[in-house]
Design a protein around this ligand. Structure first.
Ligand SMILES: [Zn+2]
Ligand SMILES: [Zn+2]
Length: 253
C-alpha cells in the first residue's frame, strides 16, 4: 500500500520536521507568532479558530445554532438532496481563523503543521476514524501537485492513519482532470463540474470491496468534490464513505 508518493512525503516530512525542530522556536500554526509548544495556536488565533462542537447535522456535520439543537437531526439540505457520503465532520468553521491556518498550511509550513492539525481533526472525527477500514486523501491534479510540491490532504491522511492505527492509501483515487473553481456555481452545475473527475486507481479496486473508507481533505466548501469522490468509491464497491476535513463552510452545502 505504501506507494512512491507516500514514502516521498514521509521523507519530506521527517526532513522538514528535523530542520525546523532543531533550529526554530515553536510557532503558532496560523499566524507564526512564537508560542510555548509546537503544533498549537497562539491565544488570539485560538479564539478566532471557530472549533465546531455539537450539535450538528448528523450527516454533513453542519453546525446548528443552539435553538435547533436536537440529537440525530439532519440539515434541510441533506434531507432535500442526500449526499453520496455517509457522514462528514470538520474540526473548524471556515472563517477568518481557519482561512489563515489553511493558507499557511497550503503554502508554507505543511509538513511541520500536519501533526497538530491532524490532532484537532482526529478529535472532531473520532467516531469516523474508529469505524473506518482505510483512509484516503482527496487527490490533487498533477500540475497542482507539482506546484504545491505535496498534497496537503495526503499529509493529513498519513497523520490521521498514524493516530488511529489505520492504513492510508495515499493514491486510492486519481483525478482525471482539473476541475475549475466552483464557488459561484449552483448545485446542479457544481455536480456537473466534478462529474467523472475522479477514478479509483485500478490496482486498488480489489482491496476496496466492502471496505469503509474515510476521505480526508483540508476544506469542504461546496461539498461537491467529496460528494463526487464518495460516489466514485461507492460505485467501485466501498461499503461506506465518511469525510473528515480540517474546516468546512458553516452554511448548508
Ligand atoms: Zn496565532
Ligand atoms: Zn447536513
Amino acid at each position: 500500500m505504501e506507494g512512491r508518493a507516500t514514502s516521498w512525503i514521509s521523507r519530506a516530512r521527517s526532513a522538514g520536521r528535523w530542520t525546523l525542530d532543531a533550529l526554530l522556536p515553536p510557532r503558532c500554526l496560523a499566524c507564526g507568532l512564537v508560542v510555548d509548544d509546537p503544533g498549537t495556536l497562539c491565544a488570539s488565533c485560538w479564539d478566532k479558530a471557530g472549533f465546531i462542537a455539537p450539535p450538528h447535522c448528523r450527516r454533513c456535520g453542519l453546525p446548528f445554532d443552539l435553538a435547533d439543537a436536537a440529537a440525530g437531526l439532519e440539515c434541510a439540505s441533506c434531507v432535500a438532496d442526500r449526499p453520496a457520503f455517509d457522514r462528514a465532520r470538520a474540526a473548524m468553521r471556515y472563517g477568518d481563523g481557519a482561512r489563515a491556518l489553511v493558507l499557511r498550511f497550503k503554502h508554507a509550513d505543511a509538513t511541520h503543521a500536519a501533526p497538530g492539525v491532524a490532532r484537532w481533526m482526529a478529535r472532531a472525527g473520532a467516531e469516523l476514524l474508529a469505524d473506518c477500514d482505510l483512509i484516503a486523501p482527496v487527490p490533487l491534479h498533477r500540475w497542482r501537485l507539482l506546484w504545491r510540491r505535496y498534497n496537503q490532504s495526503a499529509l493529513l491522511a498519513l497523520e490521521l492513519g498514524r493516530i488511529a492505527g489505520r492504513p492510508v492509501v495515499a493514491d486510492l483515487l486519481l483525478r482525471r482532470r482539473a476541475t475549475p473553481s466552483q464557488g459561484r456555481l449552483d448545485r446542479a452545475r457544481r455536480r456537473a463540474n466534478v462529474a467523472s473527475a475522479f477514478a479509483v486507481r485500478p490496482r486498488h479496486l480489489p482491496g476496496l470491496k466492502d471496505r469503509r473508507v474515510l476521505l480526508v481533505d483540508d476544506v469542504m466548501t461546496t461539498g461537491a468534490t467529496v460528494d463526487e469522490c464518495a460516489r466514485t468509491l461507492k460505485r467501485a464497491g466501498a461499503a461506506s464513505v465518511d469525510v473528515l476535513t480540517l474546516a468546512r463552510v458553516a452554511r448548508e452545502l
